[in-house]
Design a protein around this ligand. Structure first.
Ligand SMILES: Nc1ncnc2c1ncn2[C@@H]1O[C@H](COP(=O)(O)OP(=O)(O)OP(=O)(O)O)[C@@H](O)[C@H]1O
Ligand SMILES: [Mg+2]
Length: 163
């Protein structure tokens, strides 16, 4: 039926350390995840090589979920800018789905601090490169809904707020 959405694709948007995976885990959500694919395909979730395989596999898994009629699919990846996000709009349109965003609007310093405490931190120069690439999701890209998850101030982890 034209115009009627079959469901939605929900893109996380946020820097490393902005809390994307934690947000999903706390809600018992199993997103499609580039880090999980890196682990499965490259044995290392921090390995940034073979991007074409990683993102190609992500898109293929998404397409299969949509073909199977899954109503909601979450994507856990940084999805930093419109160029990275555009393929998901193309797929959504083809299969008749809406696209939503959850923007993890967390100050760069907090992302860096959380990143440093992780077992395999993203190198600081890569954090800076990614921060420059980050463009918040905008309705003009085609999102039917944009949610924002904020972390209040430069305080301790315990003071962070999750929506
Ligand atoms: N709301 C929060 N308050 C405090 N600490 C948090 C919060 N969310 C995540 N963290 C911590 O920050 C670190 C990074 O979080 P997480 O792995 O969820 O980030 P990510 O956005 O998935 O990063 P990546 O893009 O690298 O996968 C973890 O150590 C996590 O425990
Ligand atoms: Mg993550």
């Amino acid at each position: 039926m034209p115009g009627k959405s079959k469901g939605k694709i929900i893109l996380a948007v946020g820097l490393p350390g902005s809390g994307k995976s934690t947000y999903f885990a706390r809600r018992g959500i199993q997103p499609l995840s580039t880090d999980a694919l890196r682990l499965w395909l490259l044995d290392d979730e921090t390995d940034q090589s073979h991007a074409a395989y990683i993102f190609g596999t992500l898109r293929n898994l998404l397409k299969i979920r949509l073909k199977l009629g899954r109503r909601v699919t979450y994507l856990d990846a940084t999805n930093l800018g419109p160029v990275e996000r555009r393929p998901f709009f193309r797929i959504a349109k083809h299969y008749g789905y809406d696209v939503e965003a959850i923007f993890f609007d967390v100050p760069f310093e907090i992302c860096c601090r959380r990143n440093r405490t992780r077992p395999h931190p993203v190198p600081q120069h890569a954090m800076e490169r990614m921060a420059k690439k980050l463009i918040p999701p905008a309705a003009e890209e085609g999102f039917s809904r944009i949610r924002v998850v904020k972390t209040s101030g430069l305080r301790s982890a315990g003071q962070s707020k999750l929506l």
